[in-house]
Design a protein around this ligand. Structure first.
Ligand code: PLP
Length: 392
């Protein structure tokens, strides 16, 4: 796929970018749309809301995201960030499970998910039961109202069995919220087939929407008639420009909008999504599995001191691979210095994330050679590689 898609990205020629699980690279189409947004702003000023149809951009972007998660076009909206969207769907979901008392969550989930579960629980007098990822399936029972679960773990890349977990939750009457932050744009998803209740996710990772690009929010259409966002945002009103003092929510996923959308960020995302019109996600997934497998196998042969914490079975793995090493932070900085951009997560975790759209097996081989050199020459022990900055 790299041969077909690499030229769509504005990547530095001398670097190998392995941080797409954190922030995807800038594409030419995203850059073009961002400039287009600036031109519209310059030319149209406030009339851009109508003349450039900025007003409907959250809905139009939702329609573009829908096929990537196997949803219907009107089931998805693009708005706010994932943290805020998590709170909205949690509070909305809690209204659907009166009589129950527990939000079931994963202990090792991304902190935003846990914090929002705790926030929603405190508003509605629920308790959060946080269990290890592998215990989720057996922890579901008839006290659980909501299961909040991230499909691919941000540290280990472990991928939950979406079919089995959703099916069990449905059988027990549990509302399921899937966080697809680490799955969208790297593997196929199907909200409709599994009758998923709610889903959210980031667009700045594998979708390459840009730093802080807005999140997507999916609500199964079966709830559209009756369910409303718990946050009565003015943009979620049925007629925002009536400026009514009485809140009347829109009768679909639009009610989950809050305030004025960030148009320039949305423009960049709009451009980034153009690439996905030409991507077959099943092909992308197969290539991603082959690349992550190659990295794991080469490291197992050549660098046994690295302890792989990602699943060895490709079908249980998402798009990144993580290794433990006591000097992971310094190693990650030395790799960046060598032009191979990876990242680090506490505790002592090296993460290698990439999309087959711009990485191929040749890049993986170069990455492993560089890693070997850094480890075997003790290069990472140089003082300069242990200096931390605020964002790691
Ligand atoms: C799984 C998961 N959920 C939620 C978030 C939070 O996203 P945001 O900071 O855009 O709200 C992240 C961020 O990386 C994430 O990885």
């Amino acid at each position: 796929m790299k041969a077909q898609f690499h030229s769509h990205f504005l990547l530095p020629p001398d670097k190998i970018y392995m941080c797409g699980h954190s922030l995807g690279p800038l594409s030419k189409s995203a850059s073009h749309q961002l400039h287009e947004g600036c031109n519209e702003w310059e030319r149209l000023l406030v009339s851009g809301w109508n003349e450039a149809d900025w007003f409907h951009l959250p809905k139009h972007l939702g329609e573009k995201i829908a096929p990537l998660i196997g949803a219907l076009p009107h089931e998805v909206i693009v708005t706010d960030n994932t943290t805020t969207n998590l709170l909205k769907v949690l509070l909305a979901g809690l209204r659907l499970c009166r009589g129950r008392s527990v939000i079931l969550a994963e202990k090792d989930n991304f902190p935003a998910d846990l914090y929002m579960a705790q926030t929603a629980a405190s508003f509605e007098k629920f308790t959060v039961q946080a269990v290890a990822g592998e215990d989720i399936y057996h922890a579901m029972n008839d006290k659980v109202g909501i299961l909040l679960i991230t499909h691919v773990n941000y540290r280990t890349s472990y991928q939950h069995d979406i079919v089995a977990i959703t099916a069990k939750a449905k059988a027990l009457g549990i509302i399921v919220i899937w966080d697809f932050s680490h799955s969208i744009g790297i593997l196929p998803l199907n909200c409709q087939r599994f009758d998923i209740d709610f889903a959210v996710g980031c667009t700045y990772k594998y979708l390459n929407g840009g730093p802080g690009s807005p999140s997507f929010l999916y609500v199964n259409e079966k709830y559209h008639e009756t369910l409303r966002s718990p946050l009565a945002g003015w943009m979620g009103h049925i007629a925002p420009f009536a400026f009514s003092s009485v809140y009347e929510p829109a009768k679909n996923v639009t009610s989950f909008l809050t305030g004025t959308p960030g148009i320039l960020s949305m423009k960049a995302l709009q451009g980034a999504l153009e690439i996905f019109k030409h991507v077959d996600l099943s092909v992308l997934r197969e290539e991603s599995k082959a690349l992550t497998t190659l990295l794991i196998e080469k490291c197992a042969q050549e660098l046994p001191e690295l302890d792989c914490v990602s699943p060895l079975s490709a079908k249980e793995r998402g798009g990144h691979v993580a290794f433990l090493h006591p000097h992971a932070f310094a190693i990650s900085r030395a790799m960046i210095e060598e032009g191979i951009i990876i990242d680090y997560r506490e505790p002592n975790l090296l993460r290698f994330g990439f999309s087959p759209l711009y990485i191929d097996s040749q890049d993986i081989r170069k990455c492993v050679a560089s890693l070997k050199n850094i480890l075997h020459s003790n290069l990472y022990k140089k003082d300069c590689f242990s200096q931390r900055k605020e964002v790691t």
